[in-house]
Design a protein around this ligand. Sequence first.
Ligand code: HEC
Ligand code: HEC
Length: 238
Amino acid sequence: MAKYLNIILCLFLLSCTQEQAKQTVQTPEAIQSLPALHIQPATYVLGDIKEGEAAIATFIIRNNNPEAIELVDIQASCGCTVAEPDSYIIGAGGFTQLKVAVDTTAKQDGIKKSVFITDSLGNKATATLTFNVVSNPHLKMGSVKGIFDGQCASCHFEPLKAAIEPSKLYEVGCAMCHGEGAVGAYAPDLRHHDTQTLKTIIAQGVGKPQMPGFAVKHGGPLSEQQIHDLANWIASLP
Ligand code: HEC
Ligand code: HEC
């Protein structure tokens, strides 16, 4: 039933558009120039993507043919690209979405990937995705000693030295792992520890490369005073 309603609606819309076409400024050439199999946008510009994260874009595939089509071939230019339409069948004048995802592992700089689409009437169209892969320091996690080492230090060590306010210190040094307000994220919730336990753990760490000792004497960036204030601040959180 829904199908018939659809067809009736389509016919109705079609007659309306034909009516309007006579009145609107669109020239016959402009109408004819629409590709039978139309990808919108033809090129999707995604900007910067961190290496290892998927580049994802959704295209619209329009069927400007007077009859329904089936997408019979969808080929990506590289095995790293997956392209999946919501539907392989597109009614006359209808459209479907095409989701394209590119794996950026081990890629660098400017990347252009294309997906080649062919319909059952032999029409062809290309959906292109461009993006820039920027380096992702977190990919090398396995090969480093810890968050204070090498290039990791520029974000996980240096900014902590200058942070005096405990809330600010937490923000630049802990929130990225323990979450805003210490409620837990990648690393555990910190709100159930007393001040003394917090001081000890912050100073000495837990023996993991992600959570080394933050005290200067354990190779970290924080003074006794900073740790004292930070522990008190965390213990006071609701
Ligand atoms: C450019 C700044 C920067 C550098 C360099 C950096 N990190 Fe991070 N790190 C962050 C930020 C910001 C987060 C919070 C999560 C996010 O935004 O990816 C984070 C989160 C983390 C996490 C929590 C897990 C996660 O991905 O969310 C770990 C573990 C980590 N970093 C380890 C490292 C190690 C090890 C290095 C060095 C190889 C390093 N980081 C280099 C900024 C950095
Ligand atoms: C790069 C991620 C990362 C950063 C940054 C980080 N931690 Fe951690 N933290 C961890 C991980 C991982 C654990 C251990 C989880 C486990 O034992 O499995 C941990 C454990 C802890 C614990 C013990 C929690 C428990 O219940 O066992 C405390 C307390 C703690 N961190 C405080 C801090 C404070 C305060 C800061 C900021 C100065 C900080 N951490 C920065 C990742 C991080």
